[in-house]
Design a protein around this ligand. Structure first.
Ligand code: RIB
Ligand code: CA
Length: 323
């Protein structure tokens, strides 16, 4: 991760919208030089995650391309997260129809060509790592051109299984390729993302903005948080995972990170999809390959989400519909 605030890092956001991916797009449009959005199957099938990315791009009038990518994992059978995000991937709000669809179906080619043409670009995956793994495999020179990878995924505990977080669990072979690639990796895992909750008072803060765009975000937040609260013993709202992978690049000062060795389990009956994080304090541990985010200033991070929502709102083309 950058050691100081690098201004507006140039990023490609690879995502599976997804309620929290939507906020990652909004935040990235505000704090980064967003070079493009690529989509992957994950929270919902590829056609839906791609549609949802186009909905948000057009709702806030973003001048960025959307390129769809992998519709299934490298090896594993496709698995989705309708139990969290709904079958559409973005249940809970009346979504506006996008003005246009994806600009291509070649996310991998877009990633490779954009990084070659613009050295120093960051890759920010917030879904399963299938597109990133395919790009690394297709272009051995890719990582020479990127500054690094800031991903949402993994953790010392799971959400899809006791030990596996969804993005890694959905395509463990892809995650193993990425974590083993030698890239400069920053990991926003569940340990840090569960510090960043969409609580009811925060939802009301967005509701008070009262515009067609922010009312849609309010509805999405309400659905997302009600789902989390219904599925957990004690949680005050949905964990807003994905924007942290973006903020770790634009505002590294908001985070505390530790360098650790992280490997991905791909075959364990009970552990497949686990990120095996070496936290031992003994000398013969493996050399670190990941900056693991451990703490976030969640108040400051939320203030940036609000700032980004205001900026997106000013750009939004959505108009109130007649009563
Ligand atoms: O485990 C949380 C991750 O899985 C987030 O990226 C969420 O959007 C889903 O993709
Ligand atoms: Ca996601």
């Amino acid at each position: 991760m950058p050691t100081d605030s690098p201004g507006r890092p140039r990023v490609i956001l690879d995502c599976d919208p997804g309620h929290d991916d939507v906020i990652a797009i909004v935040v990235a449009s505000h704090v980064t030089d967003l070079a493009g959005v690529t989509t992957v199957a994950g929270n919902a099938p590829l056609d839906r995650t791609t549609y949802n990315a186009c909905v948000i791009r057009d709702a806030i009038d973003l001048d960025v391309e959307v390129h769809s990518g992998a519709e299934r994992p490298l090896v594993a059978e496709p698995k989705f997260a309708g139990f969290v995000h709904g079958e559409s991937g973005l249940d809970g709000a009346d979504l506006p129809v996008p003005e246009r669809g994806a600009d291509s179906t070649d996310a991998v080619g877009f990633i490779i060509e954009t990084c070659r043409a613009s050295p120093g670009t960051w890759l920010v995956p917030t879904g399963p790592l299938t597109n990133i793994a395919l790009a690394i495999r297709s272009a051995p020179d890719l990582l020479d051109h990127v500054s690094g990878i800031s991903l949402m995924g993994g953790g010392t505990f799971g959400n899809r299984t006791p030990l596996a977080e969804f993005n890694v669990w959905a395509d463990p072979e892809a995650a193993a390729v990425v974590f083993g690639s030698g890239a400069d990796i920053t990991m926003a895992g569940l340990d840090v993302t569960h510090q960043f909750l969409v609580t009811s008072d925060r939802i009301e803060q967005v509701a008070a903005m009262d515009s067609p765009f922010t009312n849609m975000i309010t509805d999405l937040f309400r659905f997302f948080s009600e789902n989390y609260i219904s599925r957990h013993d004690r949680i005050r709202g949905a964990a807003l995972h994905d924007p942290l992978a973006v903020l770790a690049l634009a505002r590294p000062d908001l985070f505390e990170a530790v360098d650790r060795h992280v490997a991905v389990e791909t075959i364990g009956e009970h552990t497949a999809g686990m990120t095996v994080i070496d936290r031992r304090d003994i000398s013969d541990r493996e050399a670190p390959n990941v900056h693991v985010l451990e703490r976030v200033d969640d108040g400051a991070a939320w203030d940036l989400v609000i700032e980004a929502l205001h900026a997106a709102n000013r750009r939004s083309t959505l108009r109130r519909t007649a009563p």
